[in-house]
Design a binder for this molecule. Structure first.
Ligand SMILES: [Zn+2]
Length: 408
């Protein structure tokens, strides 16, 4: 376990920010810098079948050490960091024996990490926290996951008394721009199921996410001189406004939580002859999700009755709730839950209000819930992670391998 922290510190110092403006995989060349290092490290700890493909997807195997047939399972994390906040020149600070008070991240810029605002900090009194210097993100999302998987594999290699089946690991680029699963070769990976180690606080275990779609709604108007417009002019802006008014007012991101779905209008442009609305639809429940899509069509039909062929709705599905693929194989979740319990960790099971690589992978044939990596405040300068949570994540991975071999 002693390599966990140095490994993590080494990984976060490499800038691996992804960028959705580029269509290559990885989207940014600098992701190769860490990818190559990870390949080396996998070799060094003694992993087998270490491979990296032309898109920087890394895979490796820890061979089974039991005689019986045990399902092959996998662990996955991503090495890119979000485009939302700079990941250049990360200078991690290690705060030992955290006293429960405010941590000065940057004296010059007067940036502090305070439990007044980030209440959960007090849970970590006495622990070792890794923070930023207030000018960058940390990159615990998801270099913590990588360091934990790497260290768990090293631990299993060094402790052959712990019995396990074949374990596959994968490190992927471009998760933060929604493309981490796109070029993932599920067949080559060859696992029956896997876990993304990409959750937040200690104990998180997630196997539900949104069903997601985008909708583009276009409105056609008719411009006529406003002085002579009675019964002639059709204002596309007005139609767009009417459309928005017919959406349920409370079903917006700012009014919803937990398992409540929503419509989120994120873009609107308009003039008299043409207007356009872009929105996203999110719902955990598949029936509700479909009802939301049907509502958009119904509203457009209503307006079209009054102003024929003035509204057009184009809906595109983005991803689906992985629950559908996990429930028929629920032992995947039970094993992770049991692993945490045996380690004295209270599992925190909640529905993700977003998507994960795991949800895409689940629909590509690799059921893939998400477990905690231990960090907090992802995607910004207040990001931090307790070393103790990282150790627990590492042990959870080890325990999942062990329990899988026991169960089958
Ligand atoms: Zn992540």
């Amino acid at each position: 376990m002693k390599n966990l922290l140095p490994r993590f510190l080494e990984y976060v110092k490499v800038d691996t920010q992804s960028d959705e403006r580029f269509n290559t995989t990885p989207s940014t060349k600098k992701q190769w810098d860490l990818a190559k290092k990870l390949v080396q490290h996998l070799h060094i700890i003694g992993m087998q079948e270490v491979s990296i493909d032309e898109n920087a997807y890394i895979m490796a195997t820890l061979p089974s050490n039991v005689d019986k047939e045990v399902p092959t399972i996998g662990f996955i994390s991503h090495f890119d960091t979000t485009p939302d906040f700079t990941g250049r020149n990360v200078k991690p600070q290690v705060v030992k024996n955290y006293d429960g008070g405010s941590i000065v991240l940057n004296k010059e810029k007067n940036i502090t990490l305070s439990p007044d605002y980030f209440k959960e900090l007090t849970n970590y009194e006495g622990q070792t926290l890794i923070t930023t210097d207030g000018t960058t993100l940390l990159g615990a999302d998801d270099k913590a996951g990588i360091a934990e998987i790497m260290t768990a594999m090293e631990y299993l290699i060094q402790h052959p008394d712990i019995k396990h089946g074949t374990i596959r690991v994968a490190f992927t680029p471009d998760e933060e721009i929604g493309r981490g699963a796109h070029k993932f070769n599920v067949e080559k990976f060859g696992a029956q199921w896997a876990y993304t180690v990409d959750g937040s606080q200690l104990g998180e275990l997630e196997y539900e996410n949104f069903n997601a779609a985008t909708a583009t709604i276009t409105f056609k108007g008719k411009s006529v001189h406003p002085g002579f417009a009675k019964h002639k002019l059709v204002n596309a802006i007005g139609l767009a406004n009417e459309f928005l008014n017919l959406l349920p007012n409370n079903e917006k991101p700012e009014h919803t939580e937990d398992r409540e779905g929503f419509f989120h209008v994120h873009h609107i442009t308009g003039e008299i002859e043409h207007a356009e609305i872009a929105l996203i639809i999110r719902d955990h429940d598949l029936e509700h999700f479909n009802a939301r899509k049907a509502l958009l069509t119904a509203i457009s039909e209503k307006i079209n009755k009054q102003f024929p062929e003035s509204v057009q709705v184009i809906i595109k599905d983005q991803y689906y709730n992985m629950k559908e693929k996990i429930l028929p194989n629920f032992h995947i979740v039970e094993i992770a839950e049991e692993a945490m319990k045996q380690l004295g960790i209270t599992p925190i099971i909640k529905a993700i209000r977003g998507g994960t690589d795991g949800s895409q992978l689940s629909f590509m044939g690799l059921p893939c819930p998400n477990i905690f990596a231990g960090g907090h405040n992802f995607h910004g300068k207040y990001e931090y992670i307790p070393l103790e949570s990282m150790e627990q994540a590492t042990l959870t991975i080890v325990k999942i391998c062990e329990l899988t071999a026991q169960r089958f």
